[in-house]
Design a protein around this ligand. Sequence first.
Ligand code: SAH
Ligand code: SF4
Length: 386
Amino acid sequence: METNPTRESATDRKNLVGLSRAELAAEVADIGEKPFRAKQLWHWIYHQGETDFAKMTTLAKSLRDRLAEIFEVSRPALSREQTSDDRTRKWLLKFNDGNEAETVYIPEDDRGAVCMSSQVGCTLTCTFCHTGTQKLVRNLTSQEIVGQFMVARDSYGEWPTPKDGGRLISNIVMMGMGEPLFNYDEVAKALKIIMDGEGIALSKRRITLSTSGVVPMMAKCGDELGVNLAVSLHAVTDELRDVIVPINKKYPLADLIRACRDYPGANNARRITFEYVMLKDVNDSEADARQLLRLVKGIPAKFNLIPFNPWPGAPYECSTRAAMDKFTRILNDGGYSAPIRTPRGRDIMAACGQLKSASERDLAKAKADARIRRMAARLDEALPHA
Ligand code: SAH
Ligand code: SF4
């Protein structure tokens, strides 16, 4: 896996987005400016959403000119923006090294969540997940993660940062491409920027990080970030989970459940979400539901039942409605909330587990086209010409 992506910008100016407060202060000190200038810049970048130094009017004109010579405040390039019939919006973003990742906005009546990616692709190979079939993988930088949120805010014109309670983009779920706990440092840096009260100011209570179960990183995530935790469980036995969520071979169910029980900050008001993808005749029996209740006993938990979202060539089918209804009822009777999630944005391939960069799809298509052309050429050679 590539861990040090090329960071050259389209220009040779340094992008200030994604620097921690300390790093921004160091840049400001380097050009001989007083520390309060860093505070002002932070406000312009993350509260106002301003990208043009010339408009940062609390800074002296000479300083604005200087900043514009050395720095920039930019976003990842937009390869494509699509809006679904159900108003779900998806952005395909292109980073400076040409890699791409997807970000999705899922609107609700008076609020909505941005589903952000933590990696290009994913090193894990969960058998039901489209992202897991992507070959190319690298970690996203803090700049690229914060950039995803800023692209969403730009798209809805949600600058300057509105008061909490009056925002279209009110929540974040780290549930896009990649395993966020395999890229903990950059994810943590990005989320700290996003949670900073003088900028984007999104509360940790409005952020949920989803993990396939990277057990050794879970406590740190809870201690340092205090965000809500979602765990992709999907199976109630090691035998099945080893197959569908292969990280289980390294961190089996007993270890994962213990880490959930110990997750800092989890209580009845802030429950751990157990995600469970509904796979027909694989993990959706009544016995599975009852075993699930035994497994999470004593953990402040809730469930999210995700109907399997198909993708081309996927080896599974989604459970029947009747099986899902029965599953929900058993969990409800056991005292837990367990809604069946309505898939959003299916028509634009924006639903859970469908994210995969277009470049990868295009590559596959180009290879298939080339194969067909080669076959046609051979056929052409073999056939006698008139
Ligand atoms: N890597 C992290 C976060 C990204 S996946 C994780 O695995 O938790 C986000 C969620 O989508 C996970 O619960 C994942 O299991 C689920 N998912 C993946 N593919 C899916 C599919 N095809 N249909 C439904 N849910 C899927
Ligand atoms: Fe990676 Fe999550 Fe997909 Fe598994 S479900 S392959 S961990 S993105």
